[in-house]
Design a protein around this ligand. Sequence first.
Ligand code: TRP
Length: 333
Amino acid sequence: MERKRILTGDRPTGPLHIGHYCGSLRERVKLQHQYHTFILIADVQALTDNFSNPQRVRDNVLEVALDNLAAGIDPACASIVIQSQMPAIAELTIFFMNLVTVARVGRNPTVKEEIKQKGFGDSLPFGFFGYPVSQAADILAFNAHLVPVGEDQLPMIELTREIARDFNRIYGDLFVEPEAKVGTVGRVKGLDGNAKMSKSLNNAIYLKDGPEELAQKVMSAYTDPTKARKNDPGHPDGCMVFYYHGIFSPNCPDIRQECLEGRRGCVQCKRQLIDSLEAELGPVRKKRRSLEADPGYVHQVLRQGIQAGREFSDAILARAKQAMRIDYREITK
Ligand code: TRP
């Protein structure tokens, strides 16, 4: 029987951080042996809000590829594909635009939040507003069954399911309605306590950060401002060091109580967090450094990924066009 497929992806607007890692990256690494996996580097989507800064997108394509490989993506199981190199995605996007209303796209809470955060005001680009439609094409071009993503991506998967359903109803059965799979930690807060870790908020720990950088970031994380001395009782809720312990130090159940009772100094607590982070991220960084030294290898992985991705998505596009009566086979044969 044909193996089920995964499609997931990242925007190459910066290197990947521990939010990506916990939300989706760790999950896709685990699932790659079970599913036929495609990992999309979404450069076209990155351009929707970086169209005037193409070099930034260009530079980060390689960074995102390195992060995926360093986290354990195995090119023998998974194809890493570059979105702009998949013409099928662009074509499907055009067809899917007919299947969604402007009002429906406008209700997407993630896009609404981004529009606010980026301060687009009256100059909201049409492409940015509509990127969820293109994201549906990312997923359906690979007819994926499963999409491992962070929590903020759930509205995109819902829209994709609706598009698949409508396409199948109108033109005939072709697309799988994909399921989302959110990692054990759906969303990771930033070092400053912001609900979202992101490059633009400057509150992220990156997979590529060196040990000193990582330590320095932990040392400067937001903590309980009322806890001045080592033996002051603290307020762990709201403290970002306590919060990250919850994610990266699952075997230390006493942290909360010790802090509350004033038996835990912040410096000691931070050092312990650095150790936990290093245990998880140290091996990823080590692998990344060795891949960074071998760009030829990474290029080869991408070349093969693009080839495999194109073959697969072109075949889906051909079937979609046939279903839509725009294949013109008797004319063009
Ligand atoms: N929108 C996703 C993000 O911002 C990236 C992405 C693009 C994606 N295409 C995708 C995720 C397809 C899952 C499936 O992180």
